[in-house]
Design a protein around this ligand. Structure first.
Ligand code: ADP
Ligand code: MG
Length: 360
């Protein structure tokens, strides 16, 4: 029977797939993707203050992952909204900020408990800023935003959806001899095909990818710009998901995801190394240029952790009292390391070189 995208796909097969997932091309691509990911992990380990990465990179990943869902904001709005309570914030920017919150929430929970359906419900709730539930009623469809054409209708019926999620959970945890990267690709298709929520499935699924890599020990921090690849190859992303449903085209899908991992691991690794060397040169520069009582390593690290910095952050970090903190930031501006601007009533100090790096 031909696949009907407008009818609920209750025939969705449980995992593992029966197809051969270890074809020669897959295994070959898997090796290079694993190597690139290992390099990224190593580069992350060499950053002295790990918080630097966890604050900035997930914000960018959030912007891209949301853009896949046509939720668009700019870096500037995003960072401003992240630091300033009185900056005007549009709903799209808020939504993107919540992506980082959701990813952090998932990452923190993962440190205590393994990946589970409940964890994903928590992630999606943080993302949408409202408690979400597994879909109880029919009506959810994936359609082409331009033409309105229905591309896929996920399974209907809460017991069935829970059943499929339990099967997915089992697949996530039981070692079946498949390489974790191949498994990640399978998990991503299956989660999207189940589409357990009314909304937020794409983003929750992409957060799940990163958390899964962390769980498997392939990444220590949730830093990988997977969405960057997906957004540059979005038509293919939709086509290949659909082709798994329609034609069991697992090989093409897995190759796509492996290429996404490899390319974005390489790209993120370059970013991490560039951040590292900018940090080193800024430390060096400030040590020479700033008067001895202003310079401290903690202060320089802070403006990397918070590329949009303000006096309160310096105080909170225990570096100085308010008045001195303000003088420190002005010194950094005079030295050309920071640039300042007024946002609402607050003065925000921007680290422009770091921002350029993150944006690129
Ligand atoms: N044919 C398909 N089969 C299964 N999942 C799909 C298909 N096409 C697209 N998707 C997934 O559905 C996501 C969109 O679902 P949605 O719940 O709206 O996510 P979000 O709210 O994060 O936008 C896409 O990002 C993609 O991951
Ligand atoms: Mg959506």
């Amino acid at each position: 029977m031909a696949f009907d995208p407008t009818g609920p796909y209750n025939e969705l097969a449980s995992l593992p797939p029966t197809a051969d997932l270890q074809t020669k091309p897959i295994l070959k691509e898997c090796i290079s993707a694993s190597r690139a990911l290992a390099e990224l992990k190593g580069a992350g380990d060499r950053i002295p203050n790990q918080r630097i990465l966890i604050n900035s990179i997930p914000l960018q990943e959030g912007r891209l992952s949301s853009e896949i869902e046509n939720i668009v904001t700019t870096d500037d709005k995003l960072f401003k909204a992240a630091v300033s309570k009185d900056a005007p914030v549009d709903p799209q920017t808020k939504e993107v900020l919540r992506y980082r919150t959701a990813l952090k929430r998932g990452y923190d929970v993962l440190a205590k408990r393994p990946l589970s359906t409940n964890l994903l419900i928590g992630v999606c709730s943080a993302l949408l800023d409202t408690p979400v539930e597994i879909r109880k009623i029919p009506g959810t469809r994936i359609s082409n935003p331009a033409t309105g054409e229905v591309l896929y209708t996920p399974p209907v019926g809460e017991p069935l959806i829970r059943d499929k999620l339990a099967n997915l959970e089992e697949f996530i945890h039981i070692d079946n001899g498949l390489d974790p990267l191949i498994r990640m690709a399978v998990i991503h298709y299956q989660f999207e095909a189940i589409h357990p929520f009314h909304d937020g499935n794409g983003r929750t699924g992409r957060i799940l990818n990163i958390l899964y890599l962390v769980q498997e020990g392939l990444l220590r921090l949730p830093v990988l710009y997977l969405s960057r690849y997906i957004i540059m190859h979005k038509t293919e992303y939709y086509q290949l998901l659909r082709a798994v449903t329609e034609d069991k085209a697992w090989e093409d899908w897995i190759l796509y995801m492996l290429a996404a991992i490899e390319e974005t691991a390489r790209w993120t690794c370059q970013k991490v190394l560039a951040i590292r060397s900018l940090l080193d040169s800024t430390v060096e520069f400030c040590r020479e240029k700033l008067r001895g009582n202003v310079y401290s390593k903690e202060l320089v690290e802070l403006i990397f952790f918070q590329p949009y910095c303000k006096i309160a952050y310096v105080v909170q970090a225990g570096i100085a009292e308010r008045k001195t903190a303000s003088a420190y930031l002005r010194e950094l501006e005079k030295a050309g390391v920071l640039e300042s601007a007024k946002v609402g009533r607050e003065r925000i100090y921007v680290n422009p070189k770091l921002l350029d790096l993150l944006k690129g």
